[in-house]
Design a protein around this ligand. Structure first.
Ligand code: SF4
Ligand code: SF4
Length: 110
């Protein structure tokens, strides 16, 4: 099992999650983060820390479409270990449905 970052993270990117991960397995894209499934130790600490409720265990059906994307982006995006500044409009995008099409494949700045 692993934990997975899902659609709710897109354009929110609060980054509270990276501060608590004991193995630094978050990777940053232009407008979302992902978890490297081979590095995640399944501790679950990050899940309640996410204000957007974007982090789910891969056993959750809502995570299924995101498992492969977390793996593929974690291989090419930079590692992030410190919380940066959230986007100015993050609160406006929080809880908005239908953000999947807005996912950027570009790497972000750690
Ligand atoms: S705390 Fe949640 S919304 Fe923020 S970057 Fe982490 S997964 Fe994304
Ligand atoms: S479950 Fe634990 S190891 Fe995995 S990403 Fe979250 S904090 Fe890191």
């Amino acid at each position: 099992m692993t934990y997975v970052v899902t659609e709710n993270c897109i354009k929110c990117k609060y980054m509270d999650c990276v501060e608590v991960c004991p193995v630094d397995c978050f990777y940053v894209g232009e407008n979302m983060l992902v978890i490297h499934p081979d590095e995640c130790i399944d501790c679950g600490v990050c899940e309640p820390e996410c204000p957007a409720e974007a982090i789910l265990p891969d056993s959750d059906d809502r995570a299924t479409p995101w498992v492969e994307r977390n793996l593929s982006f974690a291989k090419v995006w930079p590692n992030i270990t410190r919380k940066g500044t959230a986007p100015a409009d993050a609160d406006e995008w929080k809880d908005k449905p239908g953000k999947e099409a807005l996912l950027s494949p570009e790497p972000g700045q750690p």
